[in-house]
Design a binder for this molecule. Structure first.
Ligand code: EPZ
Length: 429
């Protein structure tokens, strides 16, 4: 199993290209199930989750081709995927696939919408919490699907197609909103999704569905109105920049006291997070082509924050913020309100000398004068990258195990950080 070795203490200085967003690319790829025609996606990141989803979609009958490199294209430019599903050959998503990547559960809605049936494995447990799928199921039921749970599988049937309806979501859920949208665009009549997630990735998917011929109003708000269509068509869409990768590298630069330009990042995709970073003393300058982040000399101040759905502070940056606050002056309070078990990084950060007390859903992080390198273990995607952030600031050597978690969501991380002066390498075994 690969490990990452960092020798900390170097300031990050330079330019980091921001990749396409994993959490938009995955549902956009899934949207290809909704049409017989070709969906072309540009700026798709090179990630393990993307490759795995391409294989999963292939089992359903989607032909996936990746365009070759064009003249003048840089390695940092994303890939172009062409996804075509002339016929759906299999409406079953087996346990082996869904257990490896939760987002593949999201094939449920487009399969039912297009084929009138689907059998999709329940995803099971996860390192960050129980992560139920009840909202996905009640949404499909509201649109007329019959749902049965049997042998660990969701069996959904709508032999005469789905019918539009009111879909009030009891909780803000990114996945359930994707699911409701993908079901409603092919349902008969109108659907009103209430309490929809407003995350930029949901907006990106909705915009792509509109290009495919869907009629959706209220995009970006918590109420989405959809007029179902009999058919959707091919389209071309560019995946938006990854706001979580942006926030992560901003914090990596901040903890080392360096200065980086996050090339291609959009500040408006993470206003809550940028605001918070500014309040810790990090300099942030939004430019038309990216974001400049600097912490020259000044110390970091402690903050109090809770994770919230967009536009609040994202749960996917909570672990990274805790790592940053390990070096701030004073005690920070970081409350996790989205997932009940998303503090696995805390014990590992403690191995680097962090002072963190966990009180229920809140981490109290008291800044220390310095961290010291150690051997640590990645437990999930965002937790792993928080260890990288801490390792960059720690004196001496940090070795992070189980880095396959990182490869799921961060493209060429050691290369991007290495180009900015970090001493970081992958140890293959
Ligand atoms: C998406 O997961 C993201 N995944 C997650 O990113 C992200 O942390 C999360 O949204 C929140 O922003 C992808 O986009 C692939 P939710 P999702 O449904 O859709 C509860 C990462 O690191 N809930 O918005 O699965 C749920 O338990 C990942 O990139 C129900 O109760 O999250 C949670 O408390 C991890 N019933 C809350 O809603 C349901 O049926 C929000 O979860 C569904 C969700």
């Amino acid at each position: 199993m690969d490990r990452i070795r960092i020798v900390g203490g170097e300031r990050l200085n330079g330019t980091i290209p921001i990749s396409g967003a994993k959490n938009a690319a995955l549902p956009l790829m899934i949207a290809s199930l909704l049409t017989r025609e070709t969906l072309t996606l540009n700026n798709v990141p090179r990630l393990a989750d993307v490759s795995l989803l391409a294989r999963i979609l292939g089992n359903h009958g989607v032909d996936v081709t990746i365009a070759g490199k064009k003249a003048g294209q840089r390695t940092s430019d994303g890939q172009t995927f062409r996804l075509t599903a002339p016929d759906i050959v299999d409406t079953t998503a087996p346990y082996e696939m869904v257990a490896r990547m939760r987002a593949s559960f999201w094939v449920l809605a487009p399969l039912v919408a297009r084929c009138g049936k689907a059998k999709v494995s329940l995803p099971g447990g996860c390192a960050i919490g129980t992560r139920p799928v009840d909202l996905h199921l009640t949404t499909l039921e509201a649109l007329g699907a019959e749902i049965e749970l049997e042998g660990g599988y969701v069996h959904a049937r709508a032999p005469r197609g789905l019918t539009g309806n009111r879909v009030p979501l009891a909780k803000v859920s990114v996945g359930a909103t994707h699911n409701a949208l993908m079901a409603a665009v092919l349902a008969r009549g109108e659907t009103l999704i209430e309490n929809a997630a407003r995350e930029p990735e949901v907006v990106d998917v909705a915009n792509c569905l509109v290009k495919m011929g869907a009629r959706i109003e209220g995009i970006g708000s918590s109420t989405l109105w959809i007029q179902g269509r009999e058919t959707l068509y091919g389209a071309e869409h560019t995946v938006l920049p990854d706001r979580i990768e942006t926030g992560t590298y901003a914090m990596a630069a901040a903890i080392t006291g360096g200065e980086v330009f996050l090339d291609g990042a959009h500040g408006d995709l993470l206003q809550g997070a940028l605001q918070l970073l500014r309040s810790t003393g990090v300099e942030i300058e939004e430019k038309p082509t990216g974001i400049r982040v600097a912490r020259n000399g000044g110390g970091l101040s402690a903050v109090s924050v809770e994770t919230q759905p967009f536009p609040g502070f994202p749960t996917d940056l909570q672990a990274q913020l805790i790592a940053l606050m390990c070096m701030a002056k004073g005690t920070s309070e970081v409350r996790e309100t989205i997932f009940e078990n998303r503090f696995m990084h805390v014990q590992e950060l403690a191995r680097l000398g962090a002072r963190i007390d966990l009180k229920g859903d809140t981490a109290l992080v008291t800044g220390v004068a310095g961290l010291r390198g150690a051997q640590v273990m990645a437990t999930d995607l965002r937790a792993s990258v928080s260890l990288i952030i801490a390792g960059l600031a720690a004196q001496g050597e940090t070795v992070i195990g189980r880095v396959y978690h990182l490869d799921r969501g961060f493209e060429r991380i050691e290369e991007k950080l290495g180009q900015c002066g970090a001493h970081i390498e992958r140890l293959s075994s």
